[in-house]
Ligand binder design. Structure first.
Ligand code: ATP
Length: 235
């Protein structure tokens, strides 16, 4: 079956040092939510960064919607929205302008009806004229998601969407992902938490030391390993 993302024998070595990814192959299907689970330094961000065209792989190929990220990067990049780990927003910019700006970066013309739809679906419409510095941490994360969706990507990457946030905010983020699932967006997220993968994802890929150790439907993984065993293995 042809996936919306096809990763084939991907590897990455930073300089002559760390081998961050080793021979990773994975097909991600349209509409699915996949969680990449692994501890610090496992290679999750490197994998996402390569697919998003931010890091050059040492070997292997990645296709997004059939477009090779090396030879056809513009079309590949157009299909992807990235929500980075760090919150980096222009503090004095209004929410709606920040989202409009990102849309413009992709060469897309204005489409305020679509931007309204995105802001409403993320419960940000009432805050559209607020400066981003006035928002709570959860709202800022939702603005980042709105910006990532601004050019109507088919695939959304969420790099550790709940790192360093409290339980309430984590649950809020889970609800946002559920909403995006209903909108038909394919989602790849990274996490340290098995419970988060279980809550949100259709499949889970376990990464450690740059290797994709396994990929399984979430229910199957939970049946086989149970929370305790897997946590111990990853630690
Ligand atoms: P975390 O959960 O802490 O974000 P991660 O699973 O996303 O970790 P990566 O950030 O991909 O892991 O890092 C994988 C390995 O590559 C680590 O050993 C890291 O130190 C190394 N690494 C990452 N970026 C670079 C870089 N720009 N230069 C050199 N080494 C790097």
């Amino acid at each position: 079956m042809t996936g919306i993302i096809e990763i084939d024998h991907l590897s990455k070595q930073y300089g002559s040092g760390t081998k961050a990814l080793s021979d990773v192959s994975l097909t991600i299907n349209e509409g699915e939510i996949i969680a990449l689970l692994g501890p610090n330094g496992a290679g999750k961000t490197t994998l996402i960064s390569i697919i998003c065209g931010l890091v050059v792989p040492t070997g292997g190929t990645v296709r997004v919607g059939g477009h090779d990220i090396r030879t056809d990067w513009r079309a590949a990049r157009r299909m992807i929205g990235l929500v980075p780990q760090e919150i980096a927003l222009e503090p004095f910019e209004k929410v709606i302008n920040s989202v409009r700006f990102t849309r413009g970066l992709y060469g897309e013309g204005p489409d305020d009806a679509y931007i309204e739809q995105v802001l409403r679906s993320l419960a940000l419409w009432d805050k559209r004229d607020a400066a981003t510095k006035e928002l709570s941490g959860g709202m800022k994360r939702r603005v980042l998601i709105a910006k990532a969706l601004a050019h109507r990507p088919k695939v959304l990457f969420l790099d550790e969407p709940t790192a360093g946030v409290d339980v309430a905010l984590r649950r809020e983020m889970w609800q946002v992902v559920e909403q995006l699932r209903r909108d038909g967006v394919t989602i790849i997220l990274t996490t340290h938490y098995l419970e988060e993968a279980e809550e949100m994802a259709d499949r889970v890929g376990v990464i450690n030391h740059g290797q994709l150790l396994l990929v399984k439907p979430t229910a199957e993984l939970m049946d086989e390993f149970g929370k305790k065993t897997l946590t111990i293995e990853l630690d």
